[in-house]
Ligand binder design. Structure first.
Ligand SMILES: Cc1ncc(COP(=O)(O)O)c(C=O)c1O
Length: 361
């Protein structure tokens, strides 16, 4: 057991009670919705967290990168979805090897990305990636049938269903009603695409939505069969702003100390963008500043960061002294995870364990 005051800063903390509550409550909500839960692994990249999600009934995981797929396959976790187009010779070679190991589906949206996999002579279970509003990857619903027919005709390609990432819900800000409506709409559009594929004679057992802000809407649409939220294991300041969680559900914080206070109105901490990631900087904040117990300091803002320095402003900085400990709830838990090789498990104000974070870039 280590007291927070004895840890070298900055340090990444995960509150065990909050983590376990988040894992259990999302599993319960998805059970109530009658859908399977396939959490995105990118949020934690931590096997100790993944095991808790599996213990609560997750069917497997969603991955973004080859390293995430490999780590989970090496751990013997089956039923993985690699929700990223494997383009380029190195990624195709990895995908072929991973597909041969079994228990893997790939998200695809074009014949261009599917053809090299087909040519490798391997069986490729896949979900058709459909754009329901984010405007990132994914075919438009109007082009879904034509694309699915084309992909399913390629040797080795086996259509298992459809997927979408309703990441555009993040643009609704504090308009939770608008966000919920857009989440329901995304689920409906995907379920309609699945129905159209079936009319065209294709099998489409999996209808997979996926996001934390959408987890209260899209999975509850009739016809949706699985959900892939990721951020919910920790939540973060971004999700609090969207109304997906309250601050007391946020499990991940960065422990930091005030290291300099030379100018009135500004103090400098030892957590910069290499501790937080720069996610959210464009929105004017790198996270919610709290005291060591996790209570937010409403009059202190984390407005900027260099690599290893953070800039706090606001009237509350007048109380802060060099050496003071603070905790910051990051804007984006997933980006923050990727900055760290390990996390300290926090229990009742002390750290009780250290878990590795793996499969980072
Ligand atoms: C394809 C896909 N599925 C699921 C998720 C999980 O969404 P969230 O981070 O909102 O939980 C993401 C997040 O980027 C994603 O890209």
């Amino acid at each position: 057991m280590t007291e927070l005051a004895d840890l070298a800063t900055p340090a990444l903390l995960v509150d065990r009670t909050r983590l376990e509550r988040n894992v259990a409550s999302m599993a319960g909500a998805m059970r109530d919705a009658g859908v399977a839960l396939r959490p995105h692994f990118k949020t934690s990249k931590c096997l100790e967290v993944a095991r808790r999600q599996l213990d609560h009934g997750a069917i497997g995981f969603t991955c973004s990168t080859p390293a995430e797929v490999r780590l989970l396959q090496d751990e013997g976790v089956g039923d993985l979805l690699w929700a990223h187009q494997p383009v380029g010779p190195a990624k195709v070679a990895f995908a072929v090897e991973a597909l041969r190991r079994g228990g893997l589906m790939i998200g695809l949206d074009s014949a261009e990305s599917a053809a090299p996999l087909s040519a490798a002579g391997v069986t490729v279970p896949f979900l058709l990636d459909v754009d329901t509003g984010l405007g990132r990857t994914g075919v438009s619903p109007e082009r879904a049938v034509e694309t699915a027919v084309r992909l399913a005709a390629l040797p080795g390609l086996e259509l298992r269903g459809v997927m979408t990432h309703e990441g555009h819900l993040g643009s609704y800000g504090a308009d939770r009603t608008g966000l919920e409506e857009a989440g329901t709409q995304a689920g409906r559009r995907l379920a309609e695409v699945a129905a159209a594929l079936r009319v065209a004679g294709l099998d489409c057992p999996i209808v997979s939505v996926g996001s934390t802000p959408g987890a209260t809407s899209a999975p509850f649409v009739e016809g949706v069969t699985e959900a892939r939220p990721g951020t919910y294991v920790y939540y973060d300041s971004g999700q609090v702003r969207l109304g997906s969680a309250t601050l007391d559900r946020c499990a991940q914080t960065v422990l930091t100390r005030v290291v300099s206070a030379q100018r009135p109105g500004t103090v400098i901490i030892d957590a910069g963008v290499k501790a937080m990631s720069s996610d959210g900087l464009a929105g004017g904040s790198l996270g919610t500043v709290c005291d060591p117990s996790g209570r937010p300091l409403e009059d202190v803002a984390f407005v900027n960061g260099n690599e290893e320095h953070g800039y706090l402003t606001g009237s509350g900085t007048a109380r802060l002294r060099v050496g003071d400990l603070l905790r910051v709830v990051p804007n984006h838990a997933c980006g923050t995870t990727n900055m760290w090789s390990g996390l300290h498990v926090l229990d009742d104000g002390r750290t009780v364990d250290r878990w590795p974070i793996r499969a980072r870039h």
